[in-house]
Write a protein that binds this ligand. Structure first.
Ligand code: MTE
Length: 301
């Protein structure tokens, strides 16, 4: 199993110098958070989260999961340095009116580019706060026009073992694949990011195009996307193929449903010492919970 248990991660690895950074988060419209009350202790007792602050860019771009470029957190930054992200083509196919191999610029042309700061919660129980830049996946879908029979979206990473050393090993069933139900894909929070921290997205974070679904565990955030396929049936996904009892299709952040090998109740925010309580749907419940009403979230994890 590759995703590491929180206990396997040395504190030195996740507690950078910027322990008590004082920068204030500029939260996007969608990133509203609970405010801290009088003291952090009181806030914790009430289950209230201290205010989110943006994770230092250096941490978000040097502590990565991108197994195509190595299994260690610091490897992707180094091994993806020369990864070629231009020209870039995205194949759109399946149940759409306008299937085509789109040059990335054509796919994005005319779409609103948004800056959105979101919490980013990894299944390994660490988290960050990242200012993304990107387009709404719903705007891309509107452009390619899903057919009425389309119910899911599958997103696939580039397969290129010559550039991606991790793909020369059978660690995962390459290429990396993820999927969303169409309503999740159409949700206004769902982005395809092309940038972060006001700049072009770095290779190690999924250049030139990666998925961001802030109410789900980070592994949903498939990087370096080359294919968007609309389907009628639920697509297979890399992690649920690899370990179905550990990683489900939905991957919604849920502090009440533990991973079979560790608790999901708390998380370590990169740059902080004390653990925080993990929030239902990563704190976006008011915006996304209605999509799952009536579903047993223990079964559909
Ligand atoms: N996408 C691809 N193609 N390969 C990967 O290994 N790792 C996932 C996700 N997307 C991964 C991927 C996991 S486990 C996480 S937590 C996030 O990317 C990490 O994103 P970040 O490095 O930008 O924080």
């Amino acid at each position: 199993m590759l995703i590491r248990r929180p206990d396997d991660i040395a504190a030195s690895e996740i507690t950078p110098e910027s322990l008590y950074l004082s920068r204030r988060a500029f939260m996007g419209a969608a990133g509203a958070v609970a405010l801290a009350t009088a003291s952090p202790g009181a806030a914790r007792a009430l289950g209230v989260q201290p205010k989110d602050e943006i994770t230092p860019e250096e941490d978000a771009t040097s502590y990565n999961n991108f197994y195509e470029f190595g299994l260690d957190k610091e490897e992707p930054k180094e091994l993806a340095k020369n990864f070629k992200t231009r020209p870039w083509t995205v194949q759109v196919d399946g149940l759409v009116k306008k299937p085509a191999a789109y040059a990335l610029d054509d796919l994005l042309k005319g779409l609103a580019v948004m800056d959105r700061t979101y919490r980013h919660r990894c299944v390994e129980a660490w988290s960050m706060v990242i200012p993304w830049r990107g387009v709404a996946l719903k705007d891309i879908l509107a452009k390619v026009e899903p057919l009425p029979s389309a119910k899911y979206v599958e997103l696939t990473t580039l397969l290129d073992p010559t550039q991606m050393p991790g793909q020369r090993r059978g660690t995962l069933n390459w290429p990396y694949r993820e999927g969303l139900r169409l309503d999740e894909a159409m949700h206004p929070l769902t982005l395809l990011a092309t940038g972060m921290y006001g700049k072009t997205i770095p290779n190690q974070n999924g250049a030139p195009l990666r998925l961001v679904t802030p109410w789900k565990y980070g592994f949903k955030g498939v990087k370096s996307i080359v294919r968007i396929r609309l389907t009628e049936t639920q697509p297979r996904t890399t992690w649920s193929d690899a370990t179905p009892n550990e990683y489900g299709f939905f991957a919604n952040v849920n502090p009440t449903v533990d991973h079979p090998r560790w608790s999901q109740a708390k998380e370590r925010r990169i740059g902080e010492f004390l653990k925080r309580n993990t929030l239902m749907f990563n704190g976006y419940a008011d915006q996304v919970a209605s999509m799952y009403s009536g579903m047993d979230l223990r079964k559909f994890y």
